[in-house]
Design a protein around this ligand. Structure first.
Ligand code: NAG
Length: 195
């Protein structure tokens, strides 16, 4: 009787000890995953935006730089898609002049190009395990830079001659700024992928 009671106590004690240890291990792994994202984000141009947008992927990225770059590019792609939708809606607004409609059309082309380039950059990152690693890495950098340039030329195309309504101008330049920041962060992470 006494010994079975002892065994029971021992069993309960072991369970408590085991579950608390597991908890410690899981917490430590989570911390190291989020620390990895935070450390990597420090070298980016917009570190707090980087942390905010990439922390949700910390547990799947773990400490893999390649995966982090891919997620950063995916986040930028989503940003560029959202920006495309915003600009498309502005074009449909009442009271848009012909000049504005034409400028917005050019902008839509630019930001669509940015979406495409960011996707190509994701693909290139996916090929970093191939023999032509350096070539793929250079491509990823080129595509991410091209996306920044395209989002920038959308805004640039609208500033000409002040012919675009300031409200429309403001809405577009704010959404392009997001695309530019997210793409710049992805590019920084790609530039420092092996550090
Ligand atoms: C990182 O992830 C990629 C897939 O995105 C994989 O090919 C690579 O082997 C991983 N690297 C390490 C060190 O686990």
């Amino acid at each position: 009787m006494a010994s079975s009671c002892q065994s029971l106590i021992f069993l309960l004690f072991s369970i408590v000890l085991f579950s608390s240890q597991t908890h410690v291990l899981v917490t430590a792994a989570k911390d190291s995953n989020t620390n990895f994202v935070k450390t990597k984000c420090k070298i980016t141009t917009y570190p707090s935006l980087c942390v905010k947008t990439l922390i949700p992927y910390a547990s799947s990225v773990k400490t893999n730089s390649t995966k982090l770059c891919k997620e950063a590019l995916n986040v930028a792609t989503k940003g560029a898609r959202d920006a495309t939708a915003i600009v498309l809606n502005l074009k449909k607004q009442k009271g848009i002049t012909r000049y504005e409609a034409a400028a917005i059309k050019d902008c839509i082309e630019d930001v669509k190009d940015a979406v495409y380039e960011l996707k190509l950059a994701v693909e290139a990152i996916g090929h970093l395990g191939d023999k032509d690693k350096a070539f793929q890495l250079a491509n990823a950098k080129t595509y991410a830079s091209a996306a920044i340039t395209d989002a920038d030329s959308c805004t640039g195309g609208l500033t000409d001659q002040g012919k675009v309504n300031p409200k429309v101008m403001d809405a577009i330049s704010r959404s392009m700024a997001v695309v530019i920041k997210l793409s710049s962060n992805a590019l920084s992470l790609i530039n420092h992928i092996y550090e």
